[in-house]
Design a protein around this ligand. Structure first.
Ligand code: SF4
Length: 72
């Protein structure tokens, strides 16, 4: 009986590897662009739905080795 929080379509971001979904305290889920961390030209929270983005990169269908965050 779980209620999945509904979420606005993020357009391109929904299939972009730079997207990170961030739930807030009100039960909404925001689409955060992780590209904004390294490239200030990209907004942290782009206006949705994103129809076109120069930074779009499709998600890999298989787990790709990535430089993980430092642990510890
Ligand atoms: S790079 Fe573009 S398409 Fe990808 S998450 Fe950021 S804003 Fe969305």
């Amino acid at each position: 009986m779980g209620r999945t929080p509904s979420r606005q379509s993020a357009g391109l971001c929904d299939s972009c590897r730079h997207q990170k979904l961030v739930p807030n305290t009100r039960g909404s889920v925001f689409s955060l662009c992780e590209r904004s961390r390294t490239e200030p030209d990209f907004p942290r929270y782009p206006r949705l739905p994103v129809a076109a983005c120069p930074g779009f990169e499709p998600r890999q269908s298989h787990p790709s080795p990535k430089p993980g965050p430092p642990t510890g």
